[in-house]
Design a protein around this ligand. Structure first.
Ligand SMILES: [Zn+2]
Length: 346
């Protein structure tokens, strides 16, 4: 039985239970939830490798009159120190009026999102608190057929089904609150989680499209090494794994809902690529005349979010930071995937 069918059926009883348990405030939210399933929220995922330029793309899209991005919709990582962490608007995250509004509004929508907590929000799918069990239940098993068998088994486990539905409604609630507050119509989630589009695209309250942003494995590996301190082989393996897994998820979405994009193309012609993306999303033309960051944003994520975006330039520092042996290692590990992703190297 397809997981989507299972989840659709599972959603209604959950809404009814919630309504009865929590009173009239939730009756309103249940009705809103029913409306939401009838008119799904337009939602864009950006799966792929880290340090690919997704924060840049998310910030660019946030400048579009129809798109809103707050960074990764899965929230803040565990080591975030909320006593000092700042929103991209410059305010302390905890006191930012935007985020306080979003927190309150998701509560009013009947699916509160714990935005002031770290180690991910409840918009992130966890099927078990134990790392290994969660990986076996919810993450890729690195094989399409194995994933399908596992998913079929997990889909008939009521607890797992309910967790996916709950995560879906929380994600819907966050996106709805952000779109309502910003007056925009398309929510852009820069989470690199390659499994996320698979789960979200099966849910009736979201209308999911994917932009798979890929960066040349040499530049991407060098960036991973610089930011995380891993060796070149590890970085190249991370690149290959993230992109292979993102591409594997493609089969779960209609062809017209998937766009593959190179980071280098985005840097070479941001205006042209933004037009392509606007066509793909079926929205109006982008607003790019005066450069970026002419409005206030409330984005979480890496340091890129705090920089002005007036100049977009391809990061080519790998050309000097990587030695010949390192480039050979990347070619050996990531070469075949690089070719599959449309690169002419190696
Ligand atoms: Zn803010």
């Amino acid at each position: 039985m397809p997981l989507k069918d299972t989840i659709v059926r599972d959603t209604s009883p959950a809404r009814v239970r919630r309504t009865h348990r929590k009173g009239s405030e939730h009756l309103v939210s249940a009705n809103e939830s029913a409306d939401a399933a009838a008119t799904p929220v337009r939602y864009v995922c950006l799966p792929g490798c880290r340090f690919t330029g997704s924060t840049l793309l998310g910030s660019l899209l946030n400048e579009h009159p129809d798109c809103a991005s707050v960074g990764a919709a899965t929230g803040l990582i565990r080591r975030t120190d909320l006593s000092t962490y700042r929103c991209s608007c410059g305010e302390l995250f905890r006191t930012c009026a935007f985020w306080n509004h979003i927190e309150a509004r998701t509560r009013a929508l009947g699916h509160p999102v714990n935005v002031f907590e770290t180690n991910f929000w409840n918009t992130h799918l966890r099927l078990s608190r134990h790392h290994v069990a969660n990986a076996l239940l919810a993450r890729s098993l690195k094989s399409g057929p194995l994933n399908r068998i596992r998913d079929a088994v997990v889909s008939i486990v009521p607890g797992a089904r309910a967790a996916v539905t709950r995560m879906g409604w929380n994600t819907w609630s966050l996106a709805s609150a952000v779109l309502e507050r910003t007056g925009k119509t398309v929510f852009v989630d820069t989470a690199r989680d390659h499994q996320r589009p698979k789960y979200l695209s099966r849910l009736p309250m979201l209308d999911v499209k994917v932009i798979h942003l890929v960066r040349d494995p040499r530049g991407n590996s060098a960036s991973i090494m610089k930011h995380t301190g891993v060796d070149v082989a590890t970085a190249a393996r991370q690149w290959a794994h993230a992109n292979v897994e993102a591409a594997r998820v493609r089969r779960y979405l209609p062809q017209e809902s998937w766009l593959s994009l190179h980071y280098e193309a985005l840097c070479a012609d941001p205006a042209g690529v933004m037009e392509r993306i606007s066509e793909f999303l079926g929205i109006g033309p982008p607003r790019m005349q005066h450069g970026f960051r002419d409005s206030v944003s409330h984005i979480i994520g890496n340091k890129m979010r705090m920089k002005g975006l007036g100049e977009i330039q391809e990061d080519l520092s790998w050309q000097t930071s990587l030695g010949d042996a390192e480039v050979s290692t990347i070619a050996r590990i990531a070469g075949p995937t690089s070719r599959n992703m449309g690169y002419v190297w190696p």
